[in-house]
Design a protein around this ligand. Structure first.
Ligand code: PRX
Length: 652
């Protein structure tokens, strides 16, 4: 996490070589226009898309308590696949839409033209129709980073089905919960997911998940490796069906406010919630932010290293770039396989112009040494991006100097699954950069800093508080799938009249924003968002665990690590074997990303007299910050804290 008291380092003077879309003056003008008259601003931006029926209404949004209602372009109709593919065919049919870079560098990359993409998406759409999928049905996608993942997303969009992607690193239980959560009719998966030289058995994970789902959920299987899998009555062979399917599939006319996708994300309480994004506003926002934030120009090769299982992959591998007619890279592998030069090798090979990754990857590659970067020609790079967690100045400087050679602006983009696209970000050529700061609001975004307890707006500069947003923007989520009340409660009830991000922030003396990290029980592990409550409920589901409390702690590479305090059932003895058993258990309940980094056996947890666990204290112990435990007098048994401090060296 960032130390908010650091001096602001000198700004980089790097400027992109192509004339940027906006400079500082233009940014100021456009930003003012976007908040002074959002109707006119977004009416104009709406013209980025091809509409079947043009909209006449632009913004109809309310953050009023009891009436959270968000609609953009509400009487317009369009189709997302038509905007991402069909409209480009005449002018750029032969241009590469997607470069697919497989896990192994020994295997050839695929260059998929817009025309080929059209054919494959139409075929996949007809396969879905053949399985009875129609407008409004939910389809879960549990695929590796292969072209079929993009085909599946766009095929759903083409026929009006709502996709919900589940990251291929999630366990069968997590997959099953999401299939049931959105009542999906179909799961699209693959036999295996190769990644970093290893293979995850996605099909058998899916079979295990489906044991807990309705009998009529069907399964469409892509053969990625051709490895052996079991085959049941509900399974369909995607490759065989696509080979026979027609390449002609008219698009479905969708209302701007029809859902495009659901994406499950972690919150501070309960199980993950289904974030709903709709069609028109989302695509306008994904496409505009992609063009402006990355200073994307026609002909550029754009690479976002995220997985399509996260929102970053939705907005900046598939929807934003393709809406803009870009060439976008889909990478199946990991940054360090077969060696720590893989990212840079791929950048050089495909002459990447914009490169977008997470601080955790930057820190890991920084640790591997400069020689991995220096042996590749990175002269085509123009803009570098960072996303998912605060970037520490050391990693920022390395990214700037060693990767960007001091000539590529770094855009530190702050946003969330809920926001659909960038919220705060520097812009290339328009912003004097500050390492570690997300700096400025994107067009239409009105950040406010609130006093956390009173909820009063803090005016002026040189202030710190919680980050809220004053008015709606087109990419905003519309609801929680099936639970609009939870939507209001989670985002609009702590600070009435505002969207609450869950993050703390500082506005410095120049008016630039610095994200200081989550202020709720969400932790950010390697840029992946994890609810502490989810890990706790996985741990207590183990027969030997009585109670557990999970907090984040600073981790050199991951940003935050998962620290679990575990109280065992009476009669159970702590041991290294049990520790391993619990780690494996959490991996199987949620997925490898949720595995605790440290487990501390805790005979007791610090609780108030009413039984509430005081996590503040547990966080401090995890951070080795015992001097600042604060008031412990309200604890039912204050001696618990001394035991935890004394025992902390037993954490592993
Ligand atoms: O805490 C913020 C952090 O990631 C959270 C959102 O996580 P998720 O919905 O998974 O989306 C991640 C990718 C958009 C935020 O609440 N976060 C995201 N970007 C930044 C960040 N923290 C600091 N700086 C960022 N650039």
């Amino acid at each position: 996490m960032l130390d908010t008291d650091i001096d602001t380092p000198t700004a980089s003077s790097a400027a992109p070589e192509k004339a940027p879309h906006v400079d500082a003056e233009r940014y100021a003008q456009m930003y003012a226009a976007s908040v002074d008259d959002p109707e006119s601003f977004w009416a104009e931006q709406g013209q980025r898309l091809d509409w079947i029926k043009p909209f006449s209404k632009v913004k109809n949004t309310s953050f009023a308590p009891g009436n959270i209602d968000i609609r953009w372009f509400e009487d317009g109709t369009l189709n997302v696949a038509a905007n991402c593919i069909d409209r480009h065919l005449e002018t750029r049919g032969d241009q590469t839409a997607i470069i697919w870079e497989p896990d192994s560098p020994q295997d050839a990359a695929l260059h998929i033209s817009y025309r080929d993409l059209h054919t494959s998406v139409c075929k996949m759409a007809n396969v879905l129709k053949g399985l009875g999928i129609t407008k409004g049905d939910r389809v879960v996608i549990y695929l590796p980073m292969i072209p079929e993942a993009a085909y599946a997303m766009l095929a759903c969009a083409r026929i009006g089905a709502i996709h919900s992607i589940v990251f291929a690193g999630f366990s069968p239980d997590a997959l099953g919960a999401r299939i049931n959560g959105c009542d999906a009719k179909l799961v699209i998966t693959a036999d295996y997911a190769p990644r970093g030289g290893r293979e995850t058995p996605l099909k058998s994970n899916t079979d295990a998940a489906l044991l807990h789902c309705k009998d009529d959920v069907q399964c469409l299987v892509v053969k990625r490796t051709g490895g052996q899998t079991t085959w049941t009555d509900r399974d369909h062979d995607c490759n065989a069906l696509m080979a026979e399917a027609s390449a002609d599939c008219p698009v479905e006319e969708m209302n701007a406010e029809d859902p495009l996708f659901i994406l499950y994300t972690s919150g501070s309480t309960g199980q993950p919630k289904g974030v709903v994004h709709t069609t028109g506003g989302y695509l306008v926002y994904a496409s505009l932010t992609h063009e402006i934030t990355f200073d994307y120009h026609d002909g550029d090769v754009f690479w976002c290293t995220a997985d399509v299982g996260w929102v970053t992959g939705h907005s900046y591998i598939v929807y934003g770039p393709l809406a803009n007619g870009a060439t976008t890279i889909m990478f199946e592998g990991v940054p360090t396989y077969p060696d720590a030069g893989r990212f840079w090798e791929v950048c050089a090979k495909h002459k990447v112009n914009q490169f977008y990754t997470a601080p955790t990857a930057i820190r890991a590659l920084m640790g591997a040494g400069n020689e991995w970067v220096e042996k590749h020609d990175l002269s085509d790079l123009r803009v570098l991006g960072s996303v998912g967690e605060p970037i520490n100045p050391e990693a920022w400087n390395w990214y700037n100097e060693v990767v960007g050679k001091g000539r590529c602006p770094i855009v530190d983009t702050f946003w969330q699954t809920e926001t659909g696209g960038h919220m705060l970000t520097p812009l290339p050529g328009a912003t004097t950069l500050k390492p570690g700061a997300a700096q400025q609001p994107f067009f239409g975004v009105q950040p406010v800093v609130l006093e956390p307890t009173s909820g009063e707006v803090i005016e002026g500069n040189g202030v710190e508080g919680v980050l809220c947003i004053k008015d709606s923007w087109p990419g905003q989520m519309r609801t929680v799938w099936g639970d609009h009340e939870r939507f209001e409660k989670t985002y609009f009830s702590d600070y009435k009249g505002y969207y609450f991000s869950g993050d703390g922030c500082r506005r410095d003396e120049d008016g630039d924003y610095w994200i200081t990290g989550r202020v709720d029980d969400v932790i950010n592990v390697s840029g992946h968002r994890m609810g502490t409550a989810e890990v706790e409920s996985a741990l207590v589901a183990h027969a030997k665990v009585a109670e557990s409390a999970v907090v984040g702690y600073p981790h050199d590479v991951k940003g935050q690590g998962i620290y679990a305090y575990v109280t065992l059932m009476n009669g159970e003895e702590p041991s290294d074997a049990l520790r391993k058993e619990l780690e494996t258990w959490v991996r199987s309940e949620i997925g490898p990303i949720a595995k605790p980094d440290l487990i501390q056996w805790a005979p007791g947890l610090p609780k108030t007299r009413s039984g509430k666990i005081m996590r503040r204290i547990l966080r401090k112990i995890a951070e080795d910050d015992f001097g600042a435990l604060g008031d412990t007098s309200t604890l039912a048994d204050p001696s618990v804290v001394d035991d935890l401090i004394a025992n902390r060296m037993n954490r592993r």
